[in-house]
Design a protein around this ligand. Structure first.
Ligand code: FES
Ligand code: FES
Length: 453
């Protein structure tokens, strides 16, 4: 395909395979070797660049998603003769040793300062949590970013209108026509899937497709990119439910006023699901379609009694999230269908809804235990209790016995202790069972204690 985009402020054209990684295009075609490859699967942050102003890992962005977009690499930030003030501060603070992580750190830090010009230490730690450094121990890096904030260094805002605007189709080569497509509307996407069912990668955030592609060592021969369909990014309240387009990213969930107002627990789940660089790519629909046992959002969505809408050119059907995930990485979605929307009933008064997770790293680590909980207190008694857990069994599970036990009970200490015991007994994790049972018990008890006076 022929790709046309903006790199470091210059219009750039090149010829490439639609599924080639942005990281390879930058390094091999454009000679921009400041962007480094570490893990190649979204975990180290060495390949971080700004895409339309947002920090993303370029090893997870395929060429097919880049037409008309704005990319900034470390070469567009400063140079050895004219370093950006943040680069100077990294040197002054001793935040650079081997320097392998530094370009990604600088770009992730500038994205933070663009969003939040006065971050505290916790915000800096979190913003850089997807960027690993094996040399400095981080302290010097954090100090450099703090000084940059105090000096109000220049940042690189997103170009006007570039976030999730209508997709632009690249010019595909004759052999690629029909195999690769960037539909402009949802109807176009559904028609395409009807004509070419299954067998093609459906690309949204690419956080699963791209690492899989790397592991297999071959480029997919067909793909449909739905990442910028406007219909899939809408979030709205309608008829007592919150409707979320399946393409909404974890970053979009966190900053949406409707999600913030009605489901702080979903904001928390999106915030704890991957590092910021991943949160700008990973989508709620992708989390449900991947159906990974370790996915963070499904247990919470099950506890919130959410449903998914599956659409095809012939119509739509809506099913509960619990029925959508049918097995290990398996869903009820047929080859011609697309998951288009997630809807959640708005919580009534007095309802408490929480997401909690136990994992090894704050920013980017798979949950060892993820728990979604929802319950109300009615005249002193628990009601409408829903608790679901993930990361322990092939599919997330509702803790039915615990829910039945709690229904109508006073949330006294004995009830909470017994519910914790039942929760620990209900889960059968294959790995680290002692830790995971203990953690499940603790998280269920912690949730229930919120109902105590
Ligand atoms: Fe590690 Fe891209 S190379 S995140
Ligand atoms: Fe060497 Fe960070 S300075 S990895």
């Amino acid at each position: 395909m022929r790709l046309r985009c903006t790199v470091n402020g210059r219009t750039t054209e090149c010829s490439t395979h639609p599924m080639r990684r942005l990281l390879d295009i930058l390094r091999e075609d454009l000679g921009l070797t400041g962007t480094k490859e570490g893990c190649g699967e979204g975990e180290c942050g060495a390949c971080t660049v700004l895409l339309d102003g947002a920090p993303v890992t370029s090893c997870m962005v395929p060429a097919i998603q880049l037409e008309g977009r704005d990319i900034r690499t470390i070469e567009g930030i400063g140079s050895p003769k004219a370093p950006h003030p943040l680069q100077r501060l990294f040197v002054e603070e001793g935040a650079v040793q081997c320097g392998f992580c530094t370009p990604g750190m600088i770009l992730a830090a500038l994205a933070l300062l663009q969003d939040n010009p006065t971050p505290d230490r916790a915000a800096i730690r979190f913003a850089l949590s997807g960027n690993l450094c094996r040399c400095t121990g981080y302290e010097a890096i954090f100090r450099a970013v703090e000084r940059a904030a105090a000096e109000d260094v220049p940042t690189f805002p997103p170009r006007e209108g570039m976030q999730n605007d209508t997709p632009q189709s690249p010019r595909f080569d004759p052999g690629e026509e029909g195999r690769f497509t960037v539909p402009r509307t949802l109807d176009e996407a559904l028609e395409h899937l009807a004509e070419h069912p299954g067998a093609r990668a459906v690309l949204a955030g690419g956080t699963d497709v791209m690492p899989d592609m790397r592991k297999r060592g071959t480029l997919p021969e067909s793909a449909v990119d739905i990442s910028r369909l406007p219909e899939l990014h809408r979030i709205r309240v309608q008829r007592d439910r919150l409707h979320i387009g399946a393409g909404a990213t974890n970053a979009e969930l966190q900053r949406n006023p409707n999600v913030q107002a009605h489901f702080p627990c979903l904001v928390e789940a999106a915030r704890r699901s991957g590092a910021p660089t991943i949160q700008h790519r990973a989508t709620i629909g992708g989390n449900l379609m991947t159906a990974s046992p370790a996915a963070d959002l499904p247990p919470l969505l099950m506890a919130l009694d959410a449903s998914v809408t599956l659409a095809c050119s012939g119509g739509t059907r809506t099913i509960p999230v619990a029925e959508h995930i049918t097995g290990y990485r398996e869903t009820a979605c047929h080859g011609q269908e697309l998951l288009t929307e997630i809807s959640i009933p708005l919580p009534g008064r007095g309802r408490v809804q929480r997401f909690s997770k136990r994992a090894t790293r704050q920013g980017l680590s798979l949950a060892r235990v993820a728990l979604g909980c929802s319950a109300g207190l009615f005249e002193g008694r628990l009601g409408d209790v829903r608790i679901a857990c993930g990361s322990m069994t092939p599919v997330p599970m509702m803790l039915e016995e615990v829910m039945a036990f709690l229904e109508g009970k006073h949330p006294d200490s004995e009830t909470i202790r017994r519910a914790g015991e039942l929760a620990a007994a209900a889960v059968e994790p294959r790995k680290t069972p002692h830790f995971r049972k203990h953690a499940t018990r603790g998280l269920v008890e912690q949730f229930l204690r919120e109902f105590q006076p």
